[in-house]
Ligand binder design. Structure first.
Ligand SMILES: Cc1ncc(COP(=O)(O)O)c(C=O)c1O
Length: 393
């Protein structure tokens, strides 16, 4: 199951920035037609020649590989500085493939605060299938070393910034701790995006994205992605999990994804600039207990964030509203520009009460509102939040 990357793309010969490559879909020019936009290939199967050899050895059956994945996978490699990348049908499917590539009895370490859906699945899957799982407090600098079991821990999973408190985890320090124990470090970099953080450059082995979020950016594709520093045996097992299970996006979704990815640098920079302006504007607001945003100098993870994030601190922030859950829900209901909905990373701004989504077992404070800042006019977002917060003062 060898990967062959983007064979239909024509790469610019001059070394150019990743954002230049990504804007042009890896300088795509169709060798047959001259088209500058890649085609969608809906075929599930691929023909053989008179000698029964595959006409294109990279393509036999679409559960394994489809040519429509090539452009988005090559773009992600370019952005992350990765050797190879794989698209999946969702971010969860990408994460699950990593865990399913482990062996019986292997031990996983992951933070207590992380994407709740993945934490929930990890707890369930590890207990059903005999894998060890230790959830550690990522705000305690000693906790990761204490959680890792030398020789037993095979996977250290981190997410930074951590959803939805936006705590920051030091990628380089986590990589050192994982590698000293012979474990792989995988970073869920969905919120940071490759525009702001390239985890492989900080020592991570694999980067994971819910491509549903910023990579696509338009709220109309479910997809996930993994990108690897070095395509080793573990990566081959991950690829085999994808190929056997078929957790792949449809051709049209993969095509939409490459289209969305072309503007990711512009979108993420705009969202980050607006999120910072909003965080600064509302920091100290009488209706709020706290504003959680790693771009604020008062944020406990600011220095590490400044080291590993380049060009902004992301479009995600949270408010802790004075008056608890009731006041927080009132604020959401009064928003007229921000839309009350789950998810993140789109061009439209969303606001949500995480505790209502996650339920009573959630470690997330009941007064927390999560904001995903889009690309609307900054003044409209600030004005909307100002009038909505009047409900809580
Ligand atoms: C940080 C993070 N990781 C992973 C996921 C899962 O991605 P998907 O919904 O594409 O399966 C999400 C979804 O919200 C997320 O926010």
């Amino acid at each position: 199951m060898q990967r062959r990357q983007a064979e239909a793309t024509v790469l610019s010969k001059r070394k150019v920035a990743a954002e230049t490559q990504v804007a042009s879909g890896m300088h795509y020019v169709d060798p047959a037609t001259g088209a500058v936009i890649p085609p969608i290939q809906p075929s599930t199967t691929f023909a053989r020649d008179a000698d029964y050899a595959l006409i294109n050895p990279a393509h036999s059956y679409s559960r394994d590989e489809n040519p429509s994945f090539a452009t988005a996978e090559a773009m992600l490699c370019e952005m992350e500085g990765a050797e190879q990348a794989l698209l999946f049908s969702s971010g969860m499917a990408a994460a699950m493939a990593v865990v399913q590539a482990l062996g019986p009895g292997d031990h996983i370490v992951a933070p207590k605060v992380m994407y709740w859906g993945l934490r929930g699945w990890l707890q369930e899957f590890c207990s059903n299938w005999g894998l060890g799982l230790t959830l550690y407090d990522a705000t305690d600098p000693e906790a990761l070393d204490a959680a890792i079991r030398k020789g037993e821990t095979k996977l250290v999973w981190i997410e930074t910034p951590c959803n939805p408190t936006w705590d920051i985890i030091d990628i380089a320090a986590s990589a050192r701790a994982a590698q000293a124990a012979g474990a792989k470090l995988v970073v869920d970099s969905t919120a940071a995006t490759p525009v702001l953080t390239r985890p492989l450059e900080h020592g991570a082995d694999i980067v994971m994205h819910s491509a549903t979020k910023y990579l696509n950016g338009h709220g109309d594709v479910m997809a996930g992605a993994l990108a690897v520093a070095s395509a080793d045996d573990f990566w081959a097992r991950i690829h085999s999990v994808r190929a056997y299970g078929g957790a792949i996006p449809g051709s049209f979704e993969a095509w939409l994804l490459q289209r969305g990815m072309r503007t990711v640098y512009l979108r993420v920079r705009q969202a980050s600039a607006s999120a910072l302006a909003i965080a600064r504007h509302f920091d100290g607001h009488p209706a709020l207990e706290a504003v959680r945003y790693p771009g604020l100098e008062s944020h406990p993870g600011h220095d590490v964030a400044a080291r590993q994030m380049d060009g902004g601190f992301g479009g995600m922030l949270s408010f802790r509203v004075r008056g608890g859950a009731e006041a927080a829900l009132k604020v959401v209901s009064r928003c007229e520009v921000l839309i009350p909905a789950t998810s993140l990373g789109g061009v439209e701004s969303l606001i949500e009460h995480r505790f209502s989504i996650e339920g009573p077992s959630s470690p997330i404070p009941e007064d927390l509102l999560r904001l995903s800042i889009g690309i609307e006019a900054q003044d409209d977002l600030i004005g909307d939040l100002e009038q909505a917060l009047q409900a809580a003062v």
